[in-house]
Write a protein that binds this ligand. Structure first.
Ligand code: GLY
Length: 372
């Protein structure tokens, strides 16, 4: 097998997302780029593959993958978008469709997403619409996309500054989680991913909470032994939830949006100056206080909730934002119910529930505390 990758390819964990005919594997390991190129080439002679990356991930991971694919005889095209949330829009989506057509991509060919959540979302959405759907593979390169957005098939673009208003449930064919890519991430990007990692502990798993508290220093240092375990743990929780409620119809999957009602509003009113993971961390901080004020999360567990975010240096700055604009943005969130807003609140560490009976004054108090 040709290799331009310094590291020997090794799968450390394999998880299955169990969705009948749409089931797929999540491979977790090191140096998985080689394995990805070999797996794609094994699809047969004359296959075509559109690799989508952004300007940061293209030189590091996208272009080497395209070179490897070409050595294997795959006709591969490289499509590079601007990094950042602004690229998650209909213009990028349309550009990709034209590029796929120019490459000669056909129904049995493949799109490979090499990047963080923005690349994965816009390219997965384009793959789902091009010729009524071609397969796509996720090769996520940020911690946040590894533990959350690359798994579960939610792909979308924003409409203006409103998050994810236009998209699909479109499951990938496979997800390659290469933990070696984490070392290339800026600290802020790592922290952003840790926001989602903490979310899994707070919404679903008290044991993960204990593990994160105990191993926080090693996790912050991206320890080679601990990180695959943390990523696999989060992906296991996510894949179980997705298998149970793929299209968010029973309400189980909606629980993965813990912290997101406040978080999406924060992203929107800061024009995405806060990253998704940062905003979700502030969102969970607010949701924790709201849960405590509603009398469903005890003072002791509220302190524990707060301690986890602090341990990872999350949501620890004062925000000064317009409270009215914040309240308006929350009302516009698409997960709003009919007349009443629905909040995901914590009743214990690792247990959350949906509540529709939250008084507006309490929400206002929490928002003033968070951003006023
Ligand atoms: N990020 C939430 C979900 O995938 O449902």
């Amino acid at each position: 097998m040709p290799s331009t990758n310094d590291e020997k390819s090794a799968v450390m964990e394999q998880l299955r997302v169990d969705l009948g005919g749409r089931s797929y594997d999540i491979l977790i390991g090191r140096g998985l780029r080689d394995q990805l190129a070999a797996d794609l080439a094994a699809r047969g002679e004359g296959s075509v593959c559109a690799v989508v990356a952004d300007k940061n991930t293209a030189p590091l991971f996208g272009e080497p993958l395209v070179e490897e694919l070409r050595r294997f005889g795959v006709r591969a095209g490289m499509y590079v978008i601007e990094p950042g949330e602004e690229s998650k829009c209909l213009a990028t989506f349309e550009w990709l469709l034209h590029e796929f057509k120019a490459l000669g991509l056909k129904r049995h060919d493949l799109v490979v997403s090499v990047g963080g959540g923005v690349v994965g979302d816009v390219s997965g959405f384009a793959a789902g619409c091009y010729m009524r759907g071609v397969d796509y593979i996720q090769f996520p390169t940020t911690l946040l996309s590894q533990v959350d957005s690359s798994v579960g098939g939610k792909v979308a673009v924003n409409l203006g500054s409103t998050k994810n208003y236009c998209g699909l449930f479109n499951q990938p064919r496979q997800v390659y989680l290469d933990v070696s890519v984490l070392k290339s991430l800026p600290e802020r990007e790592v922290k952003s991913g840790l926001g989602e990692v903490c979310k899994y502990a707070l919404m679903a798993d008290a044991e993960l909470y204990g593990f994160l508290m105990e191993n926080a220093d090693a996790i912050l240092a991206l320890d080679d032994e601990i990180m695959p375990k943390v990523i696999a743990w989060c992906c296991h929780i996510k894949s179980e939830v997705v298998a149970e409620d793929e299209r968010e119809t029973t309400g189980i999957r909606a629980l993965l949006n813990y912290g997101h009602t406040f978080g999406h509003a924060l992203e929107e009113i800061t024009d995405f100056a806060l990253s998704h993971g940062e905003a979700v961390a502030y969102g969970m901080k607010a949701a924790g206080l709201l849960s405590n004020k509603m009398g469903i999360l005890s003072d002791e567990e509220y302190e524990m909730h707060h301690a986890l975010l602090s341990r990872f240096g999350l949501a620890d700055k004062r925000l000064h934002l317009d409270v009215d604009r914040f309240m308006e943005a929350m009302n516009a969130d698409k997960k709003a119910g009919t007349d009443t807003l629905r909040y995901i609140l914590a009743s214990h560490i690792g247990v959350v529930e949906v509540r529709e009976d939250v008084p507006l004054e309490l929400v206002q108090e929490v928002v003033e505390w968070l951003v006023g």
